[in-house]
Design a binder for this molecule. Structure first.
Ligand code: NAD
Ligand code: LMR
Length: 325
């Protein structure tokens, strides 16, 4: 029998956890490999996670080897090959951005240390909990024995939104679209870039006008999270879980000849300061993310990439000042 792979999900009692765990259990992440699930929660979310564990059992998933619920990060991450860090402290009334960064630093620092202590050598970490890029940076800084390349943050939902909005505008299936990029931070400053995108092999920029791009498309994609909250009454859950599956599936199984977007540690490419966890065009080759090299960046794109990267630099400075890095 194939050796099971161990996967941890934090915030497992929350709404993304509820949408995510059943897809992992059904084999949509690692394929035909038995899965041991570890559900990490805090006391307030433990009962919800326990309930989800009961439902996972009721799913009778042939690939689901075991489900454990714990409040202890070291137990949750012991031997894990994948860690999906979803649980985070949401912004509450009166909370400033620095307060949010500090509260989340208190979560992602210890979780990084727990990963460092016990994760498997092949661990892949995906941070979903916001502010995702900077939370990933904090976790990585507390895991000196795990290569920084193994810590990523999720901008795949932004990428999927960017593809879907273009497909809707042009009335084509999403499968007709290639080469979309989301740069920078998973925040409203992100830059969804169509300058290298194609639609059935034709440059997307020949099919849409600049006014629509600047005034409708970019703000719509960048503010889609807020739009979902306004319409649905709570933040995106199933689409976020789906994007998390896409990200990890591609990281494990490869992207073929295509590229996608993921927030990975910068090697200085495209003028993004080394060490920042920023969204780039990436390919997954032999189980590793590679930043797609050598793309031309025009002035319009340069300004928008720089603005989002400046926000990431400011977040890094803020968490440094708080002693979280
Ligand atoms: P939720 O409030 O429904 O669930 C979060 C869960 O995390 C709760 O059950 C809570 O008890 C748990 N939790 C809090 N602190 C924890 C800790 N230290 N350890 C373990 N668990 C902990 O929230 P949700 O809708 O599932 O969203 C989770 C996060 O994902 C939020 O930060 C949200 O903003 C973010 N998000 C990111 C993206 C993205 O594209 N990157 C998209 C959607 C949502
Ligand atoms: C999203 O992009 O849907 C979320 O990050 C929004 C949020 O603030 O939780």
């Amino acid at each position: 029998m194939t050796t099971p792979v161990t996967v941890a999900v934090t915030g497992a009692g929350g709404q993304i956890g509820y949408a995510l765990l059943f897809r992992i259990a059904s084999g949509q992440l690692f394929g035909e490999v038995p899965v041991r699930l570890r559900l990490l929660e805090i006391a307030a979310g433990r009962a919800a996670a326990e309930g989800t564990a009961l439902e996972l059992q009721d799913g009778a998933f042939p690939l689901l080897h075991s489900v454990d619920v714990t409040e202890d990060a070291r137990s949750a991450f012991d031997g894990v090959s994948a860690a999906l860090l979803v649980g985070a402290r949401p912004r509450s009334a009166g909370m400033e951005r620095a307060d949010l960064l500090e509260a989340n630093g208190g979560i992602f620092g210890p979780q990084g240390a727990a990963l460092n202590a016990g994760a498997a050598d092949d661990v892949r970490v995906l941070v979903v909990g916001n502010p995702a890029n900077t939370n990933a940076l904090i976790a990585s800084a507390h895991a000196p024995d795990i290569p920084a390349e193994r810590f990523t943050a999720m901008t795949r939902l932004d990428h999927n939104r960017a593809v879907a909005q273009l497909a809707a505008k042009l009335g084509v299936p999403v499968s007709a679209i290639d080469g979309v990029i989301v740069w920078g931070n998973h925040s409203a400053s992100q830059y969804p870039d169509l300058s290298h995108a194609t639609v059935n092999g034709r440059p997307a920029t020949e099919l849409v006008d600049e006014g629509w791009l600047a005034d409708e498309y970019i703000p719509r994609v960048a503010n889609r999270g807020a739009e979902i909250i306004a319409v649905r009454g709570s933040s995106s859950a199933a689409s976020a879980a789906s994007a998390a599956i896409d990200h990890l599936h591609d990281w494990v199984h490869g992207t073929g000849g295509h590229w996608t977007s993921a927030a990975v540690v910068s090697d200085g490419s495209y003028g993004v300061p080394t060490g920042l966890i920023s969204s780039f065009p990436v390919r997954s080759v032999d189980g590793r993310w590679e930043i797609v090299p050598g793309l031309d960046i025009d002035t319009f794109s340069r300004e928008r990439i720089d603005a989002s990267v400046a926000e990431l630099v400011a977040e890094r400075e803020a968490v440094r000042a708080l002693g979280l890095l």
